[in-house]
Design a protein around this ligand. Structure first.
Ligand SMILES: NC(=O)c1ccc[n+]([C@@H]2O[C@H](COP(=O)([O-])OP(=O)(O)OC[C@H]3O[C@@H](n4cnc5c(N)ncnc54)[C@H](O)[C@@H]3O)[C@@H](O)[C@H]2O)c1
Length: 327
């Protein structure tokens, strides 16, 4: 079996990626320090606890498993926290990724798939965003991801590290078989926050800002199902293993939904009221982030089949009612 080192494999997206990798015949080796992840979510391959900031531990894991490639999901990713603690984000995300990239090169593991984000684009006046849109991040989270993209480009030039960079839009939904799902503590993502409010696990959802320049005044985002997203990662891995060159792909559907629209869809999918209140704008939030790209569809052959908003909410709702993890 071919080992793939999955950093952040105990987290939301990484755990779904491990399931998809195992289904595709790979052995996913999770490397995670559990800062926001859950050991319970590691179900599809070995678990190695460790921190990206610990280079010796990384070298040990590369030597033990000799992975054919790295899928790098591990990061801190809360925009609000990044605004108030930028040093933590630069250290964990950038220094941690640099350690990982250097360890991969030292081990001769030269295929690298990286989780980036549409937050690297920043604000662009209501245009849809493609991979050539200038990257002007509004917060330290987006800036840290853009910096890691730059490191990958330099390491390809110097050391032949081939990479696929995926810039995700908003990831939602859960494994339809209920083995893994989204369980962030604290939670900051709209869909699970809304489900918590519907279910009485929090008082009300706060809608941050209703005075944006959008038809209903709330922010617009492009939602992609986590299972579709991780399928693209397996395609990206195979792309590299077939010797195709380094490439950047947006992963979004091209359809934007406002916060109010997501609330309306959640109400109809769950058949419950969504308690919400209006709050002020949140620092670091962009008005609209929607992918304008078909590159992943045309070049990778990606088919995002579950990314209808109602389907994502229904899968998340099923997980929300039945699933959770313990440390
Ligand atoms: N969820 C989204 O909508 C979204 C959107 C765009 C990009 N992303 C990116 O996708 C990736 C995964 O996001 P997620 O929602 O699954 O987050 P998550 O918090 O659920 O998972 C991140 C995992 O990385 C681990 N980790 C963090 N720092 C580490 C370190 N120094 N050493 C070892 N492990 C460490 C955490 O314990 C956790 O298990 C992140 O890189 C994130 O920036 C997510």
């Amino acid at each position: 079996m071919t080992n793939i080192l999955v950093t952040g494999g105990a987290g939301y997206i990484g755990s779904h990626a491990c399931k998809a990798l195992a289904a595709a015949g790979f052995t996913p080796v999770t490397f995670d320090n559990l800062v926001t992840g859950w050991q319970d979510a590691v179900k599809f391959g070995p678990f190695e606890q460790g921190d990206l900031l610990d280079r010796a531990r990384l070298d040990e894991v590369f030597a033990k498993y000799q992975p054919a490639a790295v899928m790098h999901f591990a990061a801190l990713s809360q925009v609000g926290e990044a605004m108030s603690q930028p040093g933590r984000y630069w250290s964990n995300n950038v220094t941690g990724s640099l350690n990982l990239i250097e360890a991969a090169v030292a081990a001769g593991c030269l295929d690298f798939v990286f989780s980036s984000t549409c937050a690297t684009y920043g604000e662009h006046d209501n245009v849809v965003l493609d991979e050539d849109t200038p990257q002007l991040p509004l917060n330290a989270y987006g800036a840290s991801k853009r910096a890691i993209e730059d490191i990958l480009v330099d390491f390809e030039a110097a050391h032949g590290l081939r990479h696929v960079i995926f810039r995700y839009f908003n990831v939602a939904g859960a494994d339809p078989e209920g083995e893994v799902g989204e369980f962030h503590r604290p939670e900051t993502h709209l869909v699970p926050l809304m489900l918590d409010a519907i279910d009485g696990k929090r008082d009300a959802l706060t809608v941050f800002g209703t005075d944006y320049d959008t038809p209903d005044g709330t922010c617009i985002r492009d939602y992609v199902h986590v299972c579709d997203l991780v399928d693209a990662h397996v395609l990206g891995l195979n792309w590299l293993r077939e010797g195709k060159g380094s490439k950047v792909f947006n992963l979004g559907t091209g359809s934007g939904f406002s916060v109010r629209e997501v609330i309306d869809h959640s109400k109809s999918v769950t058949n419950r009221e969504v308690p919400y209140e209006i709050g002020p704008r949140r620092a670091g939030d962009c008005t609209k982030l929607v992918s304008g790209s078909v590159r992943a569809l045309q070049e990778l052959g990606w088919k995002p089949e579950r990314s209808k908003l109602d389907q994502m909410i229904a899968d998340a709702w099923r997980w929300h009612q039945n699933g959770h993890y313990e440390k």
